[in-house]
Design a protein around this ligand. Structure first.
Ligand code: TXA
Ligand code: MG
Length: 331
């Protein structure tokens, strides 16, 4: 395809493309997805190709409602139903044991499948028009920052797909939280747009966080290095304990460095002109989450030698923000 993807709000066009096995960029309230028919192995294969995603990294299947989930999974535990009733549609993905109808390619051969019911009105309308689920990873090249605007998708994947459905700026701005229901107790696989506090509030007990090895990740969004800008990325909090990082950074001219800071954090040598500052009130953190990825992209495109970020308070969405910042800074 030599033309660049068009951006528009034509749901029928998006549905038609998807029915014919093509991929479409779609808005969700978390991030934009690169969607294809989850039951069409050829469409799913092209998702991996377009995204340059390793085949061991399974995809999330998107459905319009909880009612449709039973078609694809062998069992929905009572606790999952409770969570779904409270937080679907929304920024929550749940992993279940799958039925054979789910193609191996979607789940990378796993006997489980990740399912999400997104809340974005355009995603909802689109899913209701279709008689198949949509497999949709975040619509970024593997390892890069997830897209939260239609133009992010167009810029990075526009040469490989023909249409991006424009749903505006993604209001949550961080990928969905993933909870697995395939063992005896629910397990948190990825921190994301639904807070742990909200999940534990519904379940009525603490949820364990999966700490598996990153060489055999259950959720490769959990790979140590992920969500990364191309520009060198430093965590202010890590520099405090590393002379080497501090010296590395001090050698760069100050106009070549940009900063993304929370609250009152100060970093030696930084001047106000290149600082994005987020507030640490509950409202401020929600705003920070929704603009984090767009801000990182802007800084990444700003031709700096380094981006320095400080961490958010470790509560609510701050946990997911910090997770993404730590992975972006991972070597
Ligand atoms: O918010 C989101 O979840 C976005 C929007 C588009 O829905 N999607 C998204 O997809 O973030 P992706 O592919 O970038 O991340 C999906 C994560 C991966 O880390 C993958 O390993 C994990 O979900 N995953 C998928 N199927 C799984 C399974 N059966 N078991 C465990 N993890 C799974
Ligand atoms: Mg992703």
């Amino acid at each position: 395809m030599s033309r660049i993807a068009e951006i528009g709000t034509d749901l029928d066009r998006a549905a038609k493309l998807l029915r014919s096995g093509e991929l479409v960029g779609i808005p969700t309230e978390t991030v934009y997805g690169l969607a294809g028919n989850a039951l069409d192995a050829r469409a799913v294969a092209s998702i991996f190709r377009v995204k340059e995603r390793p085949s061991f990294d399974p995809l999330i299947m998107h459905l319009p409602s909880l009612e449709r989930v039973a078609d694809y999974v062998t069992e929905i535990p009572a606790a999952a139903v409770k969570l779904a009733r409270a937080h679907w549609p929304g920024p929550l993905t749940m992993v279940f044991k799958r039925k054979p109808i789910v193609p191996d390619l979607v789940t990378s051969g796993l006997k489980t499948v990740a399912i999400r019911v997104p809340a974005h009105p355009l995603a909802q309308e689109l899913l209701k028009k279709l008689d198949f689920p949509l497999a949709a990873p975040s619509a970024n090249p593997f390892g890069y920052i997830s897209p939260t605007r239609a133009k992010h998708v167009q810029k990075q994947l526009g040469a490989k797909i023909s249409y991006v459905l424009d749903g505006g700026n993604c209001p949550v701005g961080l990928e969905s939280t993933i909870v697995s229901f395939t063992d005896s107790a629910p397990l948190l696989l990825r921190k994301g747009g639904l807070t742990i506090e909200a999940i534990e509030g519904v379940l009525g007990h603490p949820v364990e966080f999966n700490t598996h090895s990153s060489s055999n990740p259950q959720a490769p969004g959990m790979l140590a290095k992920h969500y990364s800008p191309a520009t060198k990325f430093y965590l202010a909090d890590e520099m405090e304990s590393s002379n080497q990082l501090t010296q590395e950074l001090e050698r760069l001219p100050s106009e070549r460095k940009a900063y993304l800071l929370f609250g009152e954090t100060t970093v030696a040598g930084c001047t106000d002109s290149r600082v994005y500052r987020f507030e640490t009130s509950d409202e401020g953190i929600i705003t920070a989450a929704s603009s984090l990825f767009a801000t990182l992209r802007e800084l990444d495109e700003g031709n700096y030698d380094a981006i320095v970020a400080s961490l958010a308070p470790e509560r609510g969405l701050g946990r997911a923000i910090n997770d993404r910042l730590r992975r972006a800074a991972a070597k």
